[in-house]
Design a binder for this molecule. Structure first.
Ligand code: CA
Ligand code: CA
Length: 379
């Protein structure tokens, strides 16, 4: 818990520094030299979907049919951060809504759309509580509720009508709870580890995969759990088992139990990954080739012997990149964000029908705003 806090505060410190630099550069910007007395309206990157003069960070999205839903945390006023929501239906973005409206620090939101068209949003409140709101398929938002003590909630929808929630409980171990149309199911404790920065993925049939980092001081490893449909949570498995500082893991799994895990090796400038076959055997650890700067955070996707890694890396500035591997061959590195400012991923992008749907926080328009894009994937 303490280590998590210090890491997250360090990241927050980095983000604050970038924000400060953005403010300084805004102040020193020259006034328009046009003869027109009306200064030109600010020109936004067309991918910018927040466009506020506040700080917008840690976005999450989900995609289903012609709907795209996005949530993020926003510095509404001073230290009161709230959770904002914006939805696109077809080509039209709706209004930005404040879903949390609390005096406290609302952060780390994630959103999922279930098969019925309900939208589920979770977030962390004051770093100690899991809050939840949902919008039913008729479009009505229901009041927020407090689900549990804990932090870093992860929410995913399967294709059977169940949503799945995982978080770090008050004990420091991972906890899980499903919700069906009949309501919330029983809370379950995963086999105990003092875990940090969890990630959850659910396959279409409800097969669950979770990863988190745990272990001694400066050499945490990445641990993996699974829960087949109708089964129990497995014991944890140490995926990395190395002397490096492994953290910020992601996981992706298929209905047959095949799974993909990626993580950042802090200080080594490496992103590692490992594939778990459907029969339960693990391939060797491997690393993403082509990293030139400092990577921070990755998301992995896979199908059979094809895998895709999306990651954050600082070269000239922070960008998001992806690279695909088919069999033994790696494709080219694609710069997803390609902005002059700093670009930071939040929760996992979505890969559907050969497209990458991605949101990130970007200060190219002067303040940290939320950018959205959907791009066809290329090898
Ligand atoms: Ca708040
Ligand atoms: Ca950038």
């Amino acid at each position: 818990m303490r280590r998590l806090r210090s890491r997250r505060q360090a990241l927050r410190g980095v983000l604050s520094l970038f924000l400060l630099m953005a403010l300084i550069s805004t102040c020193s910007r020259q006034p328009p030299t046009s003869d027109d007395n009306n200064p030109p309206a600010q020109e936004y990157d067309p991918r910018n979907i927040s466009r506020t003069e506040t700080s917008s960070y840690t976005p999450s999205l989900d995609v289903r049919g012609d709907r795209v839903v996005v949530v993020w945390k926003d510095s509404i006023q001073g230290n009161n951060w709230d959770i904002m929501y914006r939805e696109r239906v077809g080509d039209t973005w709706g209004e930005i809504l404040n879903l949390s409206n609390t005096p406290g620090y609302s952060s780390d939101p994630q959103v999922a759309i279930d098969v019925y068209g309900n939208v589920h949003v979770v977030w962390e409140e004051d770093q100690t509580k899991i809050f939840y709101r949902f919008k039913d398929a008729t479009g009505v938002w229901h009041p927020k509720t407090i689900l549990s003590e804990g932090h870093l909630p992860q929410i995913q929808a399967d294709e059977n009508g169940t949503i799945h929630l995982l978080w770090v409980g008050a004990s420091g171990g991972l906890e899980y709870q499903p919700k069906t149309p009949g309501g919330w199911g029983e809370k379950e404790n995963l086999p105990y580890l003092l875990a940090e920065n969890p990630a959850l993925h659910v396959a279409p049939n409800g097969y669950l995969f979770a990863v988190a980092e745990a272990g001694p001081g400066y050499t945490p490893d990445i641990y993996f759990y699974e829960k087949p449909p109708g089964g129990e949570w497995s014991p944890y498995f140490n995926v990395t088992h190395n002397p490096f500082y492994c953290w910020a893991a992601s996981v992706f799994g298929l209905s047959n139990g095949m799974a993909y895990v990626s993580w950042t090796e802090h200080g080594m400038n490496r992103i590692g990954y490992r594939v778990r076959n459907a029969d339960g055997s693990w391939e060797d650890v491997d690393t993403l080739p082509g990293i030139q700067g400092g990577p921070f955070g990755s998301f992995i996707f896979g199908s059979g012997d094809t895998l895709l890694i999306v990651w954050n890396e600082k070269q000239e500035n922070w960008e998001v990149y992806y690279r695909m591997k088919i069999g033994d061959q790696w494709g080219g590195i694609v710069n997803v964000t390609n902005t002059p400012g700093e670009s930071f991923l939040g929760k996992p992008p979505k890969v559907k029908n050969g497209m990458l749907y991605v949101v990130w926080s970007d200060n190219s328009d002067g303040f940290f705003d939320i950018f959205y894009d959907e791009i066809p994937l290329h090898f």
